[in-house]
Write a protein that binds this ligand. Structure first.
Ligand code: ZN
Length: 372
């Protein structure tokens, strides 16, 4: 900075020449307008409005002017500096608004999106139906029992009074488990849940009240109504003074709780090696309740217009089975039943094809959700 000099003419100081001040002003405003971001604007501000900026340096020259010239030069430079300062402020505010708007877009959370993008999955309906069936019997005082799926032939056949020449023991029905070098192993994939009857009597103190939901295996081809792997719910009661009336009552309670109040049940004579007498269990069709019988105008697909649906087999436990399991047949008697879980699922939920139950398509399973 120079000392005051009365003869000093501001137009002679190049930095204070109106054209020069105008040039610095224009240059500053240009740079401010072009600043694309807040960081860049900060640099522009230091360069054009800071202490070392051309306009600040020009301002210092004013002090050396003659008093008469100071006012005009001060007004010119001050005006330019104010314009630059205001432009910086305006641009700053504009860039901040842009940044805020961008952050709002980039960091926006769409609260309408599903918050849980991982499909939750669902339990297989065969599992949930089996549990519902078992729960009905648990409500009547039964326990749930289990047994191995690879079973000794003795439990699967002999103990249940299947004689060695019984057709069910041939290769047509049974998956036999090969031993070392193809020798007989004495093991099969259980063809029914009935071997758990024998296991339960051997394992437990009498009386026995058990239900056995489980997977069973037979050499059937997979089609709409058959599968080599299927599920049964076995029931067994062994106690003193047990009669068929108790069996009938237990089946009746099951049918009404599973399919609807007031549905009738009936038994038809049948034959199983491990029960004597034996019966097939039917329940009244829960869709037409018999109204379709002899009424071609209102056919029922669920019962094929027969009015009844077969749901399983049952009978009084053959004394030979009790004896095989070490039960005193003078004192105890019992009954047993077997219900098809696939059939129950088909009826309870209108599943038409066995393929849907075994193919593992999540779209089939998911429709049943988390039903308990
Ligand atoms: Zn019907």
């Amino acid at each position: 900075m120079s000392a005051p000099n009365n003869s000093y003419d501001p137009v002679e100081v190049s930095a204070l020449h109106p054209d020069e001040v105008e040039r610095m002003r224009t240059e500053a405003l240009d740079a401010i307008a072009k600043a694309a971001g807040l960081e860049e604007l900060k640099e522009v501000r230091i360069a054009h409005a800071g202490d070392r900026s051309p306009l600040a340096l020009a301002n210092r020259e004013i002090g050396a002017l003659p008093p008469a010239a100071k006012a005009e030069a001060g007004k010119r430079v001050g005006g330019a500096r104010r314009a630059v300062s205001e432009a910086v402020k305006a641009r700053q505010s504009q860039l901040e608004d842009e940044r805020d708007a961008r952050v709002l877009v980039e960091e926006a959370v769409d609260v309408t999106l599903p918050f849980d993008r991982i499909p939750r999955g669902a339990r297989h309906p065969l599992t949930t139906v089996a549990e519902r069936m078992a729960d009905i019997f648990v409500g009547m005082g039964f326990e749930v029992a289990e047994g191995p799926e690879v079973e000794a032939e003795w439990y699967n056949f002999d103990a249940l009074n299947f004689l060695p020449d019984h057709p069910a023991r041939t290769m047509q029905d049974t998956f036999f488990v090969a031993g070392p070098d193809g020798a007989e192993s004495g093991l099969v994939l259980r063809t029914h849940t009935s071997p758990v009857q024998v296991r339960s009597m051997l394992d437990r103190e009498l009386p026995v009240y058990v239900v056995v939901p489980g997977r069973t295996f037979r050499t059937d081809e997979l089609d709409a109504t058959h599968s080599p792997v299927f599920h049964q719910l076995e029931g067994l009661v062994v106690d003193e003074g047990i009669t068929l009336a108790h069996l009938r009552g237990a089946i009746q309670v099951f049918v009404e709780r599973m399919f609807g109040e007031g549905l009738r049940t009936r038994m038809r004579p049948s034959y199983f090696p491990f029960t004597e007498p034996s019966a097939e269990v039917d329940m009244e069709c829960f869709v037409c309740r018999g109204a379709s019988v002899g009424n071609p105008d209102a056919p029922c697909r669920t019962c094929s217009s027969e009015g009844w649906i077969e749901i399983g087999g049952c009978g009084v436990v053959n004394p030979r089975v009790l004896t095989a399991a070490g039960v005193d047949t003078e004192r105890y008697s019992g009954w047993a039943f077997g219900l098809g879980i696939e059939r129950t699922l088909m009826f309870a939920h209108g599943v038409k094809d066995m393929h849907d139950m075994v193919e593992g398509d999540i779209r089939f399973t998911a429709a049943f959700g988390m039903e308990m």
